[in-house]
Design a binder for this molecule. Structure first.
Ligand code: PGA
Length: 248
């Protein structure tokens, strides 16, 4: 069975004070969650958040990592080993904002997946089509291309896929459970093709305006194994409701 995972992607939000308040409100609520729960703050707050969640079941993730491994002359970059050092278990790779705003190609994403695995992190590989690609009937081909590129050389390693239709991110336009399930089923079949049996054990999260009102219906779909939550993860009550909606 696939245990559900709810991950809160804080994006470029937060302050030391706001993070403390958010986690204080969140921690008691997530104690009761059946799902695995992770928070994904900006790099600069990882150490603070690691301290605040110490001893709890909340997991820590990062939003990005360097494609380069090891250490060296990469000004402004943060390595996978540094994230592991701070207690991260997960790292987002290829979020659509990284792809669209910072030019991350499928090749960059693939390199970052390898860098994450080399640092013993679980990569959360983000894929998804734009509104135009969906209108042009290209949803499945885009998602398959992004996925196959990222899966090169991952056999035998744990990873998580996040299907996030770009048109649903931060827009309030959530995919319907049926729309999301259709793509998740496609992702599952590609995972099976590349990874064999392990494709069945790989979690596929949905992301894109998941909120307290729609999370349960989305996660009732057979291939939706949790959520990657942006805006709603900044509101303790809403995020807690989503976590509690994630039952096996
Ligand atoms: P959203 O963001 O929940 O605010 O749509 C999701 C994401 O970008 O991971």
């Amino acid at each position: 069975m696939r245990r559900k995972l709810i991950a809160g992607n804080w994006k470029m939000n937060g302050s030391q004070q706001a993070n403390t308040a958010l986690l204080e409100a969140l921690l008691p609520a997530v104690t009761d969650a059946q799902a695995e729960v992770a928070v994904i703050p900006p790099f600069v707050y990882l150490a603070q958040v690691a301290e605040l969640i110490r001893g709890s079941k909340l997991q820590l993730g990062a939003q990005n990592l360097a494609a380069a491994t090891g250490a060296g002359a990469y000004t402004g970059e943060v390595s996978g080993d540094m994230l592991t050092d701070l207690g991260c278990r997960l790292v987002l790779v290829g979020h659509s904002e990284r792809r669209s705003l910072y030019g991350e190609t499928d090749a960059v994403v693939a390199a970052k997946v390898q860098a994450a695995l080399a640092a013993q992190l679980v990569p959360v590989v983000c894929i998804g089509e734009t509104e135009q690609e969906r209108a042009d009937g290209e949803t499945e081909s885009v998602v398959e291309r992004q996925l196959r590129a990222a899966l090169d050389g991952v056999a035998g390693r744990e990873l998580v896929i996040a299907y996030e239709p770009v048109w649903a991110i931060g827009t309030g336009n959530t995919a319907t459970p049926e729309q999301a399930q259709a793509v998740h089923a496609k992702v599952r079949s590609v995972l099976g093709d590349v990874l064999g049996e392990a494709g069945q054990a790989t979690r596929i999260l949905y992301g894109g305006s998941m909120n307290a009102g729609n999370a349960a219906a989305l996660m009732a779909q057979p291939d939706i194994d949790g959520g990657l939550v942006g805006g709603a993860s900044l509101k303790a009550q809403d995020f807690a409701t989503i976590c509690l909606a994630a039952t096996d």
